[in-house]
Design a protein around this ligand. Structure first.
Ligand SMILES: C[C@@]1(CC(=O)O)C2=NC(=C\c3[nH]c(c(CCC(=O)O)c3CC(=O)O)Cc3[nH]c(c(CC(=O)O)c3CCC(=O)O)/C=C3\N/C(=C\2)[C@@H](CCC(=O)O)[C@]3(C)CC(=O)O)/[C@H]1CCC(=O)O
Ligand SMILES: NC(=O)c1ccc[n+]([C@@H]2O[C@H](COP(=O)([O-])OP(=O)(O)OC[C@H]3O[C@@H](n4cnc5c(N)ncnc54)[C@H](O)[C@@H]3O)[C@@H](O)[C@H]2O)c1
Length: 299
């Protein structure tokens, strides 16, 4: 299919789904009403987002996991042993989650939240929710949420198991290391928008395309410095081996087309000095790499 800038492709699936975002809760306060098993999952989810949590539920209905969280996370959870008592409970809340065995109370709490424009989820009444939870896979900064938009939470849970088993276990660490490199790159070449931003984006994308994801877990302090000195400063992307790491060459890891297109995009970006020498060297290195990949594929 050919595309052009005047006729860019847009999704044909524009309605009937929900907005998927990574909501930032650090420093915010979340009220959880209810203390059963569902509430315990909510507590875990908001704690992983560094929120302050207020739990409101009679002690006699607490699930053992909810109890454990309350006992272990004293710094993060404020617990009140009582039923929801009215609008004053919502004071200064940034989000409210109800997980009750009493739909009437759920409904009332949701209405109060609406009046105060506080985003709310009621575990038992999807129609009243501002947002749904989903099945979650977490590995450090990697967060995968599977949502069936209210149609089949069980299938979301089953898909989670399927997707988890397809992961290698190193992705979270790769992402953490790349995050560190991105921060250091922004320190070295600061600025928002414009040519420097475009050049940073191309360089980062090319690195992630060319290195195997598992290789990225090796990015320690000294490799990061080398990458920036010998890669970024010289307008090239060294291999993991070039900066003192161990290569992990896999069959089919990078197609010739992908390599050539990212490499050409990267060359097209101007930077401080002359682009002729690095471009020529890059072209030579690119040619050699493509030839090596080609030979590798033919073995
Ligand atoms: C994904 C997950 C996340 C989580 O809760 O953290 C989640 N439900 C999970 C499990 C699960 N929930 C239920 C079953 C029994 C099987 C079944 O009913 O199908 C199972 C299966 C199990 O336990 O394995 C019962 C159920 N769920 C809802 C209602 C009310 C209703 O539908 O009316 C009823 C009672 C229905 C009734 O009375 O008949 C409603 C919602 N549940 C959602 C999320 C939202 C939509 C998400 C989506 O569609 O993707 C939504 C709309 C609101 C919300 O909760 O935000 C979590 C799996 C996490 C994991 O395993 O990782
Ligand atoms: N969304 C989901 O994933 C999902 C999954 C299963 C069940 N559900 C629904 O979620 C609800 C909660 O499920 P559960 O298994 O945790 O139930 P549960 O019966 O174990 O827990 C209910 C909790 O709510 C407390 N409670 C009741 N009224 C209250 C009030 N007015 N103020 C404060 N606390 C109050 C109870 O003391 C108890 O701690 C149920 O309605 C269930 O149908 C949702």
């Amino acid at each position: 299919m050919s595309t052009s800038l005047s006729n860019p492709p847009i999704s044909s699936n524009l309605d009937g789904s929900s907005l998927l975002v990574a909501w930032q809760l650090k420093g915010k306060t979340v009220l959880i009403v209810g203390g059963g098993e569902v509430a315990s999952g909510r507590i875990e989810a908001v704690l992983s987002a560094d929120a302050k949590v207020v739990v409101l539920a009679p002690a006699k209905g607490l699930h053992p996991r909810t109890k454990r969280f309350i006992e272990l996370c004293l710094d993060h959870i404020t617990y009140y042993d009582r039923h929801f008592s009215g609008p004053a409970e919502l004071h200064k809340m940034d989000m409210v989650l109800t997980a009750l065995d009493d739909p009437n109370s759920s409904r009332q709490i949701v209405e109060l939240c609406r009046e105060q424009r506080i985003p709310v989820n009621a575990a038992d009444i999807p129609d009243l929710c501002d947002f749904y939870f989903g099945a979650q896979i977490r590995d450090g900064p990697l967060q995968i949420m599977i949502s069936t938009n209210g149609s089949s939470p069980r299938i979301a849970a089953l898909l989670k198991a399927k997707l988890s088993s397809a992961l290698g276990g190193y992705e979270g660490e790769s992402i953490r290391r790349v995050g560190e490199l991105r921060d250091r790159l922004k320190d070295r070449a600061p600025g928002i928008g414009g040519a420097v931003s475009r050049r940073r984006m191309k360089w980062m994308s090319q690195l992630c395309n060319e290195w195997d994801m598992e290789e990225l877990t090796q990015l320690d302090d000294s490799m990061i410095v080398k990458l920036l000195d010998e890669g970024w400063e010289q307008n090239r992307v060294p291999s993991v081996h070039d900066v003192g790491g161990k290569s992990k060459l896999r069959r089919g890891r990078l197609s010739k087309d992908v390599f050539q297109s990212t490499f050409q995009d990267f060359q097209a970006i101007p930077y401080g000095g002359s682009t002729v020498l690095p471009a020529a060297l890059g072209f030579l290195a690119g040619g050699v790499s493509v030839a090596m990949l080609f030979m590798y594929h033919r073995q």
